[in-house]
Design a binder for this molecule. Structure first.
Ligand code: FES
Length: 96
């Protein structure tokens, strides 16, 4: 994957380069893929709520609560308040 296919986002204060054509849950799977090939406990179909997160963008004044399996990534997104299930998988990649 070339750098042109990646965008920068921030998760819990840590910067990551992720694929620019994915939903946020897939981006997290991309980040942890070497440690965890498949994320468990996620329906990927907007039913379980295990992928909820707060998302701030340059256009919005306040973060909004959204589901990572349904939200397309965009450059500069700032993601926080992950569910415990989601934070468990990415915890070793976070600097804070
Ligand atoms: S993974 Fe179940 S609602 Fe997103």
């Amino acid at each position: 994957m070339s750098s042109a296919d990646l965008v920068s986002i921030e998760i819990e204060g840590t910067s990551f380069e992720v694929p620019n054509d994915e939903v946020l849950l897939a981006c997290i799977q991309y980040i942890v893929r070497e440690d965890v090939p498949v994320l468990g406990r996620f329906c990927w179909s907007n039913e379980c709520g295990n992928c909820e997160m707060s998302i701030a963008t340059a256009e919005a004044l306040l973060p909004t609560r959204r589901r990572g399996c349904q939200t397309q990534v965009a450059p500069g997104m700032r993601v926080s308040d992950l569910t415990p299930d989601l934070r468990f998988y990415i915890r070793d990649r976070l600097t804070s």
